[in-house]
Write a protein that binds this ligand. Structure first.
Ligand code: GS8
Length: 222
């Protein structure tokens, strides 16, 4: 990396949004940067200063300037380090499709995943149904491709992969077995994990499960 470049990622390790940023940096070959893990119950003054609007992680601080919102950060990284292979396709129509599916991950997968750890009874059953349906929609989009991005891991893969660390939680709390529900997605996860950028940055599913148990307790949901 250029001597002048300074990158700091304000993060919280279980954050699916934060994992995206680390994967994108790794895909671009950027490994020397600082990560500051935030306590989201006691946010640092740096986080409040860098993301005064949403007050959320991740924040990508590039030479002192903050960029917020994980999908915006991914696009920023792609544009700044454009000499490394691109995360987004070059064709405008394909780019729009990639943005559409990443947005689907945020609007649908993130929301239905939350229902599995937050809800009980009928709401949990409904959430489980929605979540499996959402993954099946993505499985159809993947089709026979190697990655969502085609032959190369790209924007949609990076947006979605962090949610695969929730498969263990889904199995224990929701009895959802992704190997049988979505075998092509399960094979895609294994394929992606062969890449260092993914294997090194995906959160440990058991740690995520343990963390969510603590959060449930904290919110009085257990
Ligand atoms: C979401 C970030 C977010 O929710 C993005 O970056 O893509 N749309 C944003 N971050 C959470 C941690 S991960 O669940 C967060 O910082 N929460 C703190 C809070 O809500 O106060």
């Amino acid at each position: 990396m250029d001597q002048e470049e300074k990158i700091v990622v304000l993060d919280h390790w279980p954050s699916t949004f934060g994992v995206r940023v680390h994967m994108a940096l790794a895909e671009k070959g950027l490994t020397e940067y600082e990560t500051k893990d935030e306590d989201l119950f006691e946010k640092s003054s740096l986080l409040l200063e860098m993301n005064p609007v949403h007050k959320k992680v991740p924040v990508f601080v590039h030479n002192g300037v903050p960029i917020c919102e994980s999908l915006v950060i991914l696009q920023y990284i792609d544009e700044v380090w454009s000499h490394a292979p691109s995360l987004l396709p070059s064709d405008p129509y394909e780019r729009s499709r990639a943005r559409f599916w990443a947005d689907f991950v945020d609007k649908k997968i993130h929301t239905s995943a939350a229902k599995i750890w937050m809800c009980k009874g009928e709401e949990l059953e409904q959430g489980k149904k929605e979540h499996v349906e959402n993954w099946k929609i993505l499985e159809r989009e993947l089709g026979e491709k190697e990655y969502f991005g085609g032959e190369r891991l790209g924007f949609v893969d990076i947006a979605l992969l962090p949610y695969t660390s929730w498969f263990y939680l889904q199995l224990i709390m929701g009895n959802i077995d992704m190997n049988s529900e979505c075998p092509k997605i399960a094979a895609w996860v294994q394929r992606c994990k062969l890449k260092d950028s993914v294997a090194r940055n995906l959160s440990d599913p058991v740690k995520v499960y343990d963390y969510m148990l603590l959060i449930k307790k904290r919110y009085g949901l257990d």
